[in-house]
Design a protein around this ligand. Structure first.
Ligand code: PMP
Length: 441
């Protein structure tokens, strides 16, 4: 039995099945969000009696709350080894919020660098915020969905001094591939560009080291979300050099971020406070910091090894399922615990419904907010997508994804494989039974 299992809230929850009985829920949708640690639940409960307004409050509880809020920054920064002297940490709602903020702020710098290099692998959160503010080009992926460093080099050469930023997922939420962010950073820096890493799928699974600024390979900007690392929804971070945030207009404006306002002038607070308008999610921050303390105790290399073991075990077992098709090649690239697949003849949306109703197993299906990447993996062109959008009766092709957390175990994987084999061998029965189920794509 996985020793981390007992640290997680809700692992023994029973869910209803189609046949009227109940079974212990299996969660293989950890790339979407993870259940919280018990330590997070406890720390939030212990903190609630001390919860109060932060910053300007002079009551004892306010001062204590402010201290907790401010001290959290250093704990999170040291978890990813941010540069202590130069980097600041801004609390945000999530990765999406962080990237929107960064795009808004960088677009104010008038330095003649108007190009952002994104990639074909990105989640919409690391694509759309750049589109209306910069000329965006996308680094290509190869036939296995791996990022092409050759194309990256070519694009850096093509745009020369125009590249302001390279923005890349630390790990893909679809294939799980881990990108060589430090090599990519060195390549960006040699061209005078900076790098932003979307750490939403990296930071929860791999030891991340942003490195200090003297290193050519340092990561300039990093964003991630607490809800993918065993804390609940609602809190994320953006880390980067303080200088970036000093002379800009903040992305979101309002209270808490100004020293003084007249109708003629605004005197902003110093970053990071300048970038945290409105009342903050203090409980979310307590939860995030608590989750990070627990992950630090576990050790990120242990977390990585547990998940790698689960991934390799599942992959080797799933290979024997009839008509299975995988969309990643983990033997060709380092990955986190994500496996994208389909069983030929069973629609992806139907597959996740069947697994839920028949076995209490939660997986995700569709395009996972990484549409161009999935379209490419499925061999669909932009024209194919237009045609599908114009056909109201079309069942969109898509992918089924299982994604592991540190608490999953081999017995759960055995159950998944057993059900997948059963479905693959009795397709007609299951299709007829659930043919009215249509998931979101
Ligand atoms: N980037 C990646 C790679 C992700 O997987 C996700 C979440 N699925 C995001 C960004 C966005 O994260 P959030 O919804 O927490 O903002």
């Amino acid at each position: 039995l996985n020793k981390y299992r007992s640290m997680i809230v809700g692992v023994n929850t029973k869910v209803p099945l189609d046949n009227g009985t109940y079974t212990t829920a299996i969660n293989f949708d950890n790339a979407a969000t993870t259940p919280p640690f018990y330590s997070v639940e406890k720390e939030v409960r212990d903190f609630l009696p001390w919860y109060s307004s932060i910053h300007r409050g002079r009551g004892y509880k306010s001062m204590l709350s402010t201290e907790v809020y401010e001290a959290g920054r250093d704990i999170v920064k040291s978890f990813v080894k941010a540069d202590n002297k130069k980097d600041i940490l801004i609390y945000t709602k999530n990765t999406t919020d962080s990237i929107n903020m960064l795009a808004f702020i960088l677009s104010q710098e008038k330095d003649g660098r108007d190009v952002v290099l994104s990639t074909w692998m990105e989640h919409a959160a690391n694509d759309l915020p750049w589109r209306d503010k910069f000329t965006v080009d996308y680094i290509e992926v190869d036939q296995f969905g791996r990022l092409s460093l050759e194309d990256y080099e070519e694009k850096l050469k093509k745009y020369k001094n125009r590249v302001k930023l390279v923005t890349v997922a630390g790990a893909s939420n679809v294939t799980g591939y881990i990108n060589d962010i430090h090599l990519m950073a060195a390549m960006a820096h040699r061209n005078g560009a900076k790098i932003h890493v979307d750490g939403a799928q990296l930071v929860p699974h791999v030891a991340v080291d942003m490195k200090d600024f003297e290193s050519d390979e340092h990561i300039d900007y990093l964003s991630f979300s607490a809800h993918k690392m065993y804390a609940p929804y609602g809190c994320g971070v953006l880390i980067g050099p303080k200088t970036t945030f000093e002379d800009c207009i903040p992305c979101c404006v309002g209270g808490s971020i100004i020293k003084l306002i007249t109708h003629e002038r605004i005197w902003w607070e110093e970053p990071p406070q300048k970038n945290e308008a409105g009342s903050p999610n203090l409980i979310g921050i307590v939860a995030m910091v608590s989750a990070i303390k627990t992950l630090s105790k576990i050790g990120m290399s242990n977390a990585y090894n547990v998940e790698k073991n689960l991934h390799d075990y599942a992959f080797s077992k799933m290979k024997s399922i009839p008509d299975i098709k995988f969309y990643s090649s983990p033997d060709k690239q380092e990955t986190i615990g994500v496996i994208p697949f389909n069983i030929e003849g069973v629609h992806h949306s139907l597959m996740s419904a069947i697994l839920s109703y028949e076995a209490g197993i939660a997986v995700r299906n569709g395009y996972f907010c990484s549409h161009p990447y999935c379209e490419n993996l499925l061999g669909l062109s932009a024209k194919d997508m237009e045609d599908l959008m114009n056909d109201s009766a079309s069942l969109f092709p898509g992918i089924v994804r299982v994604s592991f957390g540190i608490y999953n175990d081999h017995a759960e994987i055995d159950k998944l494989v057993c059900f997948l084999k059963q479905i693959a061998s009795n397709k007609k029965y299951y299709i007829d039974k659930y043919s009215n189920s249509r998931g979101r794509y």
